[in-house]
Design a protein around this ligand. Structure first.
Ligand SMILES: O=C(O)C1=C[C@@H](OP(=O)(O)O)[C@@H](O)[C@H](O)C1
Ligand SMILES: C=C(OP(=O)(O)O)C(=O)O
Length: 504
């Protein structure tokens, strides 16, 4: 543990009563502003945090098309931003722990900042001093009733995990988001929350806006996660923290394990058993004492995916991507690209913040098509759009199976990728849960890709344009800031040629 234990902000609260904020006014406003008086969670171009008002709107500005033309032979080193999954959880678990949590390497993307603002609205104090984030948490059961809607913008992880975090509290919390998030299915988290006794006061066909009110006496449940989803698993485990007794989550297909690892690090009583078929049974005890920690966030492998694929497809490229998280629940793309013949060398493999990390040296490679087995999908679920780009430059067919979850991301990624490939002259077959890409080693380009408010579609097709015969345009680059704010300047430093485009 790092830092002094502070008085529990929610001392006056009872978990299942109706916790209320302290009296409105100056004292109350301090909850949502930096203790040093400076506004936090704002940066140039972003609305600053307001104690009472709505938080931020990710898609309020007009769309910004961007064009990607043939890159120079890529060279240099790139430090990708902090892992998004770990960054969300660092804010959340810091807000729930007693005392101070220090976070180094946090991803300062819009998705994570929205989570930070939500934690502030629930009573935690969050500020950035120098390069380090400081979170003063409230202790389990200490959240306060928010005075405004929690706006998660584009972020499924923020919204779904926070529904678990507050689900057990006897107050009402309303969740809103942008057009993309408002079209994503929330039944997957509302179902287990309903079983716990949470009242879903408002929903729109089980989609946002959603308002939840916790029960007087929440019940611990045993829940088998019906789809491969770390967000659903995490939602139930987090809800279990404020329910007396043992909450059990059965996970038939393993997904990223950051919630389990980080909860244990913050002091929760959590155990995992894996049977001979790989089915995991996770048990968490309610009402633990969580204590603030020092979290060091490693680089995001889902962001590293873009310079990695660019390095493989751009002739003459030879680059190093530094400090990438190598947790085995996240490395499916690297395995796949190596099977395709990609020259990706792991250098300086080491431990950082309790996780494996490495630097990756990537060189231009001749790629060949492969079959990617369905069971690998959870370990590379966000990387399929950019894998499809690598497949377009490979020789032969690449078949990706088990992609049903791609249909419910920020966009229907299976359809968005297929249309993006087609308009750029790449043959592919979109199945209900699969994608077949017919690579010829060469991409015509020249198309305008519809991104549907999806950061990964935007970045993937900008990478496609880095080696295609004609430039590729994406209709909107704004959402890139949700997960990878340094993408455009960082890729440009390596040798990318991005210029403002027209989406005609
Ligand atoms: O738990 C997480 O941090 C995430 C889980 C995944 O979503 P699902 O749980 O919906 O697969 C992933 O796509 C998302 O980017 C982050
Ligand atoms: C699916 C993603 O994130 P989320 O579900 O948090 O919106 C992603 O980042 O690709």
């Amino acid at each position: 543990m790092v830092g002094p234990v502070i008085a529990k902000a929610g001392d006056c609260q009872t978990l299942n009563g109706s916790p209320k904020r302290p009296r409105q006014g100056r004292a109350a406003r301090r909850w949502a502003l930096a203790s040093g008086g400076a506004p936090v969670l704002s940066r140039p171009g972003f609305p600053s945090t307001s104690a009472d008002g709505p938080q931020m709107s990710h898609s309020a500005s007009p769309p910004r098309p961007l064009r990607s033309a043939k890159a120079a032979p890529l060279s240099g080193r790139f430090r990708v931003p902090g892992d998004k999954s770990i960054s969300h959880r660092a804010f959340m678990f810091g807000a729930m722990a007693e005392g101070e949590t220090l976070i180094d390497g946090l991803l300062e993307g819009d998705d994570v900042l929205a989570t930070g603002k939500a934690m502030q609205a629930l009573g935690a104090s969050i500020e950035k001093r120098g390069d380090r984030w400081h979170v003063h948490g409230l202790g389990v059961g200490g959240f306060l009733e928010p005075r405004h809607d929690l706006d998660f913008g584009n972020a499924g992880t923020g919204a779904r995990l926070t529904m678990g975090l507050v689900g057990g509290y006897g107050f009402t919390t309303r969740f809103v988001g942008d057009a993309s998030l408002s079209s994503r299915p929330m039944k997957r988290v509302l179902d287990p929350l309903r079983a716990i006794g949470v009242e879903v006061v408002e929903h729109h066909d089980n989609k946002l806006p959603i308002a939840l009110r916790g029960p007087k006496a929440p019940l611990p449940i045993s829940y088998r996660v019906p789809m491969a989803s770390a967000q659903v698993k995490s939602c139930v485990l987090l809800a279990g923290l404020v329910i007396p007794g043992t909450t059990v989550v059965i996970e038939p297909i393993m997904t990223r394990d950051h919630t389990e690892k980080m909860l244990e690090g913050f002091g929760a009583e959590i155990s995992v058993e894996t049977d001979s078929e790989g089915v995991r049974t996770i048990r968490v005890e309610g009402l633990p004492k969580l204590t603030g920690q020092h979290v060091v966030v490693p680089g995001d492998p889902s962001s590293a995916a873009f310079p990695i694929v660019a390095g493989l497809i751009v002739p003459g490229a030879d680059i190093v991507i530094e400090n990438v998280l190598m947790n085995p629940t996240r490395t499916g793309l690297i395995t796949t690209l190596q099977e395709m013949g990609g020259d990706i060398e792991l250098i300086d493999q080491r431990q950082s913040g309790g996780e494996d990390v490495a630097d990756l040296r990537v060189r231009h490679s001749r790629l060949r098509g492969v079959t990617v087995p369905a069971e690998r999908a959870p370990s590379m679920i966000d990387e399929y759009p950019v894998l499809a780009v690598a497949a377009a430059y490979a020789e032969g067919e690449t078949l990706m199976e088990g992609l049903e979850e791609l249909r419910v991301k920020e966009s229907d990624r299976l359809a968005a990728v297929a249309r993006g490939l087609e308009v750029n002259g790449v043959a592919c077959v979109e199945g209900p849960e699969s994608l077949l890409v017919r690579g010829t080693g060469r991409v015509a380009g020249g198309g305008v890709v519809r991104t549907h408010l999806d950061h990964r579609i935007a970045m993937s097709f900008l990478v496609l344009g880095m080696a295609s015969d004609q430039p590729v345009t994406v209709d909107d680059e704004r959402m890139i800031a949700t997960s990878f704010p340094d993408f455009v300047p960082g890729m440009t430093r390596l040798g990318a040629a991005f210029t403002p485009g027209t989406a005609a």
